[in-house]
Unconditional design. Structure first.
Length: 174
């Protein structure tokens, strides 16, 4: 009995931590959308740098551009950390350690829904990147950009998978 209570307590703590991380991730996502500097913007410029701008020069000339804002990057990493917690916390369910009813299905339904939607929301932003960059001319994207794009796709897929696992084990989520 004490082992079952300790498992339930630990699961509840992880659930609350998961929800808090998602709330903070959403706050930073909203800040990144509201910030005019979150979208990568390239344009021709000279060597004079302004605050918040970086210079990249090539044979075709120099470009000044704004990088992704810190809230955008923070939101990414918060979502990834939370996703890792979700996956790890799903393992006891798969192994049968966690008995039916020991999870708060309201918290988990809310968390997984936010995971899928936040990943989808971030993914929708990429056409804006591509449009701005393609209209700027001959610009090379960094490998980090593609890493984030692939990671966001994985986020959506894994979130859906985690939600399906818990829905199968706990039909009252649906």
């Amino acid at each position: 009995m004490s082992i079952q209570l300790s498992i339930m307590a630990s699961v509840l703590i992880v659930q609350l931590l998961t929800m808090m991380l998602f709330i903070f991730a959403w706050i930073f996502l909203i800040l990144s959308i509201a910030s005019p500097s979150w979208v990568v913007k390239y344009y021709r410029g000279n060597q004079n740098s302004s605050e918040g701008l970086m210079i990249r020069c090539s044979d075709t000339g120099c470009y000044r551009y704004r990088a992704a804002s810190k809230p955008h990057l923070i939101a990414h990493w918060l979502v990834y950390i939370m996703l890792a917690i979700m996956v790890v916390n799903t393992l006891p369910n798969i192994s049968g350690i966690c008995v039916n009813g020991c999870r708060n299905t309201v918290i988990y339904g809310f968390s997984y829904a936010m995971a899928a939607f936040s990943g989808f929301l971030v993914l929708l932003m990429y056409p804006t990147y591509i449009k701005d960059i393609s209209s700027a001319g001959n610009i090379q994207l960094s490998w980090g950009y593609f890493f984030f794009m692939i990671a966001d796709c994985m986020l959506i897929a894994l979130s859906i998978e985690c939600f399906q696992v818990n829905t199968d084990l706990y039909p009252d989520i649906s």
